[in-house]
Design a protein around this ligand. Structure first.
Ligand SMILES: Nc1ncnc2c1ncn2[C@@H]1O[C@H](COP(=O)(O)OP(=O)(O)OP(=O)(O)O)[C@@H](O)[C@H]1O
Length: 589
């Protein structure tokens, strides 16, 4: 590990107030009590020294996570709260330094690309954030420090595919943050979900990192006695106060001296949490004793330079695009099941369509006109529904995107473009093959060779439009289930106003804007004009249907329909991209 100039972090007069819950507000209103904001943390100050390992502990709801968010500057998570106080780093105001570049934050959940190996995960971040001369050595160092040799070539895995263990996964999450050699490492409940062996092992590793000069700060729920003994510092929060901050061993003595000794053979952490939790009638009196005995932590830190020992870099757009593209391709080739499913779904579609509509369009009767209109509509609808669902990758990767944005690993436009250039083409190639086969099989017009190519071009634009809508929904709606429910609804509305179910003339004026936004209006209209381009009305007869342009009120030219589809594609992807930028801004530190 490179030499870190140690960093002391000081917080001064930190207070947090938050809105009352609805039920509490109702109760207070009923009892004529004031309904002011509740105090979550009340004017606390203190310092964590370089090279210390501090655990923030306290009963549920005491403000541990809020405190960690404040210290680590994760402002988005403090939204809705009234927060006051300052943070100093080596005696300098946090605002005066690039705080993000000297910190790492490990989220409670390990959000890592499941199909990649441990080494690939580390390489992805290292290549983007570190200069070419050092990234390989740095990966080796992190693997050594976090003892990841045994699993370096193993896939991370997930719920459906067994991969590395939970403890290893957590160490990989820490490793990603450690690549840039941060001076301060924040961890939100790092042992949650781990068995005691893995928890102890992890805490050991964190202790080792602290011994190398890093200021390690974590929140923790109920550590066992071995883990408690591994902390050098504990910060105990309860009832809005910092009840204790200092040596973990001194905490036992402090509360013992106040008349609450830790019983023999019991877990000190459990004993302390029991004392600080409202579990019995004597809670109020205990709190009074503890708050009167608070030793203020007003240690003055002399001002000194904040120096980041390791040189990091800002990657170029091209590097980001290539790294993201490589990750997408690895993910695609390793998730064979998804690929197989897509191929099978398309093959079934071809077979069913050909069984139902084989050469149905071959004819010159009025029935053939409605058959052609129906088949064209059916193919376009199929493409749109398949494409709108392909935005799932954005949903699966949202948490990972947020983590990577918080550490500014790449820019949102590189991410969005990588999806369009590396993920979409695989689907589009499959779809083009399907459309060729179906077009020939159902017997759509081949009077002019370009007709089939124009139809394919229209279908690809529908694919892009639907993908744009899908991306927009998945990125802009925070709830994935709500976004999935909205996608078919959005398509159904566009279907209704395509001109197939309701003739354009019959659409009420106040709903006309829905017609203009319908990708089916332009794709179906364009494909119909293309299909009947060479139509010989004389062979069909006098049935009104024999003049499809007039019967279906197809007024927009083929070129204009294609242009409208292209504008819709640019518009929907543009909106989706803007939502992605907004999402990234929320979480970028
Ligand atoms: N953004 C917010 N808006 C409103 N209230 C909030 C917000 N964030 C936290 N709170 C409230 O602040 C209090 C402290 O929450 P916090 O999550 O920090 O506690 P915690 O000690 O980490 O809890 P736990 O151990 O259960 O995770 C809770 O009452 C919570 O409801």
């Amino acid at each position: 590990m490179s030499e870190i100039s140690g960093v002391d972090i000081t917080w001064q007069d930190f207070s947090v107030k938050g809105p009352l819950s609805k039920t509490e507000k109702k109760r207070r209103l009923k009892e004529n009590l004031p309904i002011d904001d509740k105090v979550i943390i009340n004017n606390v100050s203190g310092t964590m020294r370089a090279g210390s390992f501090t655990a923030i502990m306290g009963p549920s709801g005491c403000g541990k996570t809020t405190m960690l968010n404040f210290l680590s500057n994760r402002r988005y998570y403090l939204k809705g709260l009234k927060v006051t106080g300052d943070v100093l780093v080596n005696g300098n105001s946090r605002k005066s330094i690039d705080f993000n570049s000297i910190t790492g934050y490990v989220m409670q959940d390990d959000v890592i690309m499941e199909s990649m190996t441990v080494e690939e995960v580390l390489t992805f971040t290292a290549k983007l954030r570190l200069p070419a001369e050092i990234w390989k050595d740095r990966i080796e160092q992190v693997i050594k420090d976090l003892e990841l040799h045994n699993c370096r070539k193993s896939e991370v895995g997930g719920v459906l595919k067994k991969g590395i263990s939970g403890g290893e996964k957590k160490r990989v999450s820490i490793g990603i943050e450690m690549l840039t050699d941060p001076a301060i490492l924040f961890l939100d409940e790092p042992t949650t979900g781990l068995d005691s062996y893995n928890s102890e092992n992890l805490v050991d590793k964190l202790n080792d990192l602290a011994k190398k000069g890093i200021t390690v700060v974590c929140t923790i729920h109920q550590p066992n006695s071995f883990i408690y003994a591994s902390f050098d510092q504990v910060l105990l929060l309860a009832g809005g106060y910092m009840m204790f901050h200092g040596d973990a061993k001194d905490a036992i003595k402090h509360f013992g001296d106040l008349g609450f000794p830790c019983p023999k053979f019991s877990n000190p952490a459990e004993h302390l949490l029991g004392l600080l939790s409202p579990i019995d009638d004597s809670y109020e009196s205990r709190m009074e004793i503890f708050s009167n005995a608070i030793v203020p932590d007003n240690e003055v830190v002399e001002q000194r330079e904040v120096r980041h020992a390791l040189q990091t870099k800002e990657s170029t757009f091209w590097e980001e695009l290539m790294a993201l593209g490589g990750r997408i391709l690895k993910n695609l080739t390793r998730n064979k099941l998804i690929f197989v499913f897509k191929v099978v779904a398309n093959v079934i579609f071809i077979l069913l369509t050909l069984m139902a509509f084989y050469q149905i369009c071959d004819g010159h009767s009025s029935t053939s006109v409605s058959d052609r209109a129906g088949v064209i509509f059916f193919i376009l609808v199929y493409i749109a529904f398949m494409a709108v669902n392909s935005s799932g990758a954005y949903a699966d990767e949202k948490a990972m995107f947020i983590r990577e944005q918080a550490s500014k690993t790449y820019r949102p436009h590189a991410y969005y473009l990588s999806k369009l250039l590396f993920e979409a083409p695989v689907d589009i190639i499959v779809r083009v093959l399907v459309i060729f086969l179906v077009y020939l099989g159902v017997g759509l017009s081949l009077d002019k060779a370009e007709q089939i190519f124009i139809f394919v071009a229209i279908a690809v634009l529908v694919e892009l439009d639907a993908r744009g809508w899908g991306n927009f929904l998945v990125i802009s709606i925070p709830n994935i289930q709500a976004a999935s429910a909205a996608a078919p609804f959005l398509l159904i509305v566009q279907l209704l106003f395509a001109g197939f179910f309701i003739n354009y003339n019959n659409i009420p004026d106040y709903l006309i804007w829905l017609e203009y936004m319908s990708m089916f209006k332009y794709s179906w209209g364009g494909a119909m004009i293309n299909e009947f381009n060479t139509w010989d009305q004389a062979k069909c007869g006098s049935n009104p249907m024999c003049d499809p342009n007039d019967f279906y009120d197809l007024k927009i030219s083929l070129g204009m329909n294609i242009l409208a589809l292209a504008i819709l594609a640019i518009g929907t992807h543009g909106f989706a991209y803007l939502c992605l930028v907004k999402l990234a801004r929320k979480f970028r530190l």
